[in-house]
Every structure is written in C-alpha cells, then in structure tokens.
Ligand binder design. Sequence first.
Ligand SMILES: Cc1cc2nc3c(=O)[nH]c(=O)nc-3n(C[C@H](O)[C@H](O)[C@H](O)COP(=O)(O)O)c2cc1C
Length: 253
Amino acid sequence: MKKENAILKQLLNRKSIRSFTGEHVSDEDLELIFKAAQRCPTSINGQQISLVYTRDKEKIKKIAKLAGGQPQIESADVFVTFVIDFNRTAYAAASIGKTQVIHKSAEGIIVGITDAGIMLSSLQSAAESLGYGTTAIGGIRANIKELIELLELPLLTFPVAGSTIGVPSYEAKNAPLKPRVPLESFVFEDIYDDKKIKVGVEQYEEDLKKFRDDNHMDYLNSYKEQTAGFYENIYFRQIAKYFEEQGFSFKDK
Ligand SMILES: Cc1cc2nc3c(=O)[nH]c(=O)nc-3n(C[C@H](O)[C@H](O)[C@H](O)COP(=O)(O)O)c2cc1C
C-alpha cells in the first residue's frame, strides 16, 4: 500500500505557479507563512536571514522589471525577498565587544545561501498548504544594485532570491508536473555514479521533449538546450562586485 499523507501529497505535487487570479493573500495567512518560514533551521542558530516582502503593486511591478522583465511576477499579490543578513549577527558580536569576520569568507556566504534556500522552500510549502501558488525568483539578481536600493538593504546584507505568492489561476493549478531526471540518476547509495548521471541526462532529454510535445508547450526548451543556453554564459555578471560592495568577500582567509 502506498504511504501517502497530506505533506507528501503536497510535496509530490508541487510546481511553480506563474499565473495568479489577483485575489488577496490574507494578512492572517501571510503571518502564518512567515512564522512557518522562521521555524527553519539556521546554521549555528545565527538566524542570518531576513525577509523583505511587499504587497505594493508598484513595487512588485518594479521588481518584475528588475528581474529581467518577468510579467508573471506582476500578477502576484505578494513578493518576498530572501536576504542574507549578517548585519544582525555583526550587531550581536559588536554589542559584546567582538568583531565578526565570517561575512568575509566563502564559508559565510555558503552559510547564508544555504539558510536562504531552506527558508524559501519552507515558505513556499507553507503558502501552498494554504492553497496559494509560488515561484522562486532568482531573476532578482539580474539588476542586483537597483534591488538593493529599492529595498534599502544595508551593508552586510544581500538578496539571494525571491518568491511570488498569490492565488493560482485555474490553468496554472491544473498544469501538468514537469518531469525530473530519473530517480536512479539523482540519488545514489554510498557512492556517486557518473555513468548513471549521463544515462539519466539522455533519458531526461527524451522525457522532457515528450512532455513538451504531449502538452503543446512549444516554448519549453529541451534539458540540454535549457541548461547549455544558460550555463554557457555567466548570465548575472555583477554578483561578486555587489557582494563586495555590501561588505562580503568570497575567500578562505
Ligand atoms: C533558486 C531558484 C530560482 C528560480 N528563478 C526563477 C525565475 O527567476 N523565474 C521563473 O519563472 N522561475 C524561476 N525558478 C523556477 C524554476 O524555473 C522551476 O522550479 C523549474 O523550471 C522546475 O519547474 P517546477 O518548479 O514547476 O517543477 C527558480 C527556481 C529556483 C529554485
């Protein structure tokens, strides 16, 4: 018998939602979503993440534009930005006469990005459990300086990604799930298997093309086209520069 509970059912059926009805996310629901996000684990309990959200239509429009022109963001009711926040921990250290240096290390940046990613996923799951739809938005890094200014982010903070929240349109809610690479080429017992990776990519190339054809999604690239199209370029080129301007550095010492 298949073991399926409400949480698994939700996780096994999750998908990005890019079309919203425009209906409101209630304040009460939003608070619950934020409380659930805040329950996430954080490295050393540093709680080095802050969220900056907006319901302001004009601001959401600006974010949609800054994110490289993503019209689906505009139809969301709420936009949340996940911010690495070593400003909080620097204050804590300074208040007892100590100096924080972790933000000037590769380790510190990995800590912040990991914590932000965990929190983004929890926030989205909480929102979905209440019937809302979400999409993670890495596009906020396309014009990072303008976003930092828009959100008035101080030194030792950095916006990593965002998430839309809204009421999904009927079509988006009922859209098919995008397939994934075969499970055996994604999860390995004991040791990594490069051969399975390659077999999995070839299989997935076929699976995703079939998915595209079956669902008349002509706009969807194949996996190889999609990943090569992005990764043959460094598509956001000012990340290191603005990390530095915000007081971070990606170094071991
Ligand atoms: C960190 C991160 C950033 C993303 N950025 C964007 C984005 O800027 N715009 C967008 O439409 N989708 C974005 N996505 C969503 C992915 O495109 C999506 O998860 C992927 O195509 C798989 O589709 P699914 O989530 O519907 O299964 C992002 C996802 C992640 C995890």
